[in-house]
Write a new protein. Sequence first.
Length: 304
Amino acid sequence: MIGAAAKRAATRPSGNWFVLAASADIRADRPFGTSVGRHELVAWRAADGALVVGSGVCPHLGAPLAAGRVDCGVLRCRWHGLALDASGGPGWRPLPAHDDGVLAWARLDDVGGEAPTPAPVLPHRPDPHASIAAVATLTGVCEPEDVVANRLDPWHGAWFHPYSFTRLTVESAPDATMDLPAVQDRFVVAVTFRVAPRLGVPVRAEFSCPGPRTVVMRITEGEGAGSVVETHATPLSPGADGRARTAVVEATIATSDRAGFAAARRFAPVLRPLMRRTAARLWRDDLAYAERCYALRVPMTRNS
């Protein structure tokens, strides 16, 4: 059932868009380096704050552009000072980029291999003026499909994460034999989130895949109804051992209709690190799960 859901997700279009990082991680005072597939990338903010993304290899002599500096929206290579801005430069052109206010994206058509779209497929999110968003990023030795399969396995929650979940029941799951549209292809779970050893909050949530590398958990009933957790899996360059690497970029966007939540939003700078820490704790376990799946599917060879 999990495998069938993951295969259906893999067939959904992404428009060749890949999540790079949290929007807040791309700054105007320094470049941000990452990769998608085997492409080395660099990202920064233009003078007007717009997201700029392109090859991280200097077209002059191949210097790492992420080691350069940004002055007034212009990226200067550390080796010889080649200047690049949002319009490009000699031998260098920016990639299509999108900033949704929570996450930064880039479109790489040769990696995605699909028909390109002008913007990524985004799930519905809570009103940004009535929510708190935090983004956690971890890297695992696995492929995006292993991350997606992990998130499409709600049954493991109470067994593998007893410190966070209890009283978990999968109320409905998609039929493994049916070719379901995305709007019907979802797992519905009743679960209690632990907030203390003897205190929990019961909710109902659904898991769905709007694209091949994204799983969305949405709370539909109970405390925090409307809150979402978006898990995005981005393929990175292989490691020195030749094994696959995948970045898990997870955005938690919390909201509540309680009167006290509006007051709590004033403390968002304090709450965001706690939200990131909670997500990272879960993913440290879940990456072990995903890495195990990858190791069994792609066994290590002597030459690798």
